[in-house]
Design a protein around this ligand. Structure first.
Ligand code: CAA
Length: 257
């Protein structure tokens, strides 16, 4: 598959999606967001893929929403165009997404990272929500996801100062899963993706769903939701196979059913 602003490869049960607008530091214009949602929707129904990696290039994961595309819009236009809609719809993607972050992940770029399910950062990654320097605030979920990830006080500081922060800080604050030297970034993300690709698909999808519910629901409702999903997995062939294989001391063979 080759789209104009995205480069996509598939291997070993996962897909690698590279944002490809180097001339604009991978700024997320409407086309990138539309294509990203389209590609991930297709992959969600692709039996050869269990998870995806989104990455950028050495200089930038993505330096934000495309400022040039938004600069002249009125409030009404911004609201009615709803140009980030494809981004909001990424919430419906059922298979896990790993962000592999090199260089700048700013504004909408940082928000895209946080909309993913796991985050691997290179030592040179630079995160931030600098929208305040443009006279606005994050518009792709940053205020909500950053606050949930790092807590109110740090999020408040980061939004109000617009300061960039390092991969090391992101790790310290619980925003990323792992920090690796730049040359190992893709390798590390692929190794995580490969691990997930070897798991039974329905349980992979259910795991993503229940962890996300922890953010969306009150604990009592979340626990009830998990109980229901857990029971549902007992109607899958993979649960029968997985538990039988354990008892028979052999490796499970997944049917993804
Ligand atoms: N939108 C559009 N174009 C962008 C861009 C963006 N977010 N970020 C960079 N570019 C473009 C630049 O305009 C420049 O294009 P030209 O060569 O045509 O002038 C090109 O990418 C290279 O950028 P720089 O010359 O600025 O590169 P640099 O290395 O000197 O600086 C940077 C890098 C510090 C990341 C700087 O580009 C920058 O500050 N970018 C903007 C970051 C930002 O404010 N992001 C938030 C955007 S708003 C947002 O995302 C709202 C939201 O929450 C939804």
């Amino acid at each position: 598959m080759l789209d104009e602003t995205l480069l996509i490869t598939k291997q070993d049960g996962y897909a690698l999606i590279q944002i490809n607008r180097p001339q604009a530091l991978n700024a997320l214009n409407s086309q990138v967001l539309k294509e990203l949602y389209k590609v991930l929707s297709v992959l969600d129904n692709d039996n050869d893929v269990k998870c995806s990696i989104i990455t950028g290039n050495e200089k930038a994961f993505a330096a934000g929403a495309d400022i040039k595309e938004m600069a002249d819009k009125s409030g009404e236009q911004m609201f009615s165009d709803n140009q980030f809609e494809p981004f909001y719809k990424l919430r419906s993607i059922r298979k896990p997404i790993i962000a592999a972050v090199n260089g700048f992940a700013l504004g909408g770029g940082c928000e895209l990272v946080m909309a993913c399910d796991m985050i691997i950062a290179s030592e040179t990654a630079k995160f931030g929500q600098p929208e305040i320097n443009l006279g606005v605030i994050p518009g792709m979920g940053g205020s909500q996801r950053l606050t949930r990830a790092v807590g109110k006080y740090k999020a408040m500081e980061l939004l109000l100062t617009g300061d960039m922060f390092s991969a090391e800080d992101a790790m310290k604050w619980g925003l990323v899963n792992k920090v690796v030297p730049s040359e190992f970034l893709i390798e590390e993300a692929k190794s995580l993706a490969k691990k997930i690709a070897n798991k039974p698909l329905i349980a992979v999808i259910s795991s993503k769903e229940v962890v996300n519910k922890a953010n969306d629901l009150f604990l009592r409702d979340g626990l009830e939701y998990e109980r229901k999903k857990f029971a549902e997995l007992f109607d899958t062939e993979d649960q029968k196979e997985g538990m039988k294989a354990f008892i028979e001391k052999r490796k499970a063979v997944w049917k993804n059913k």
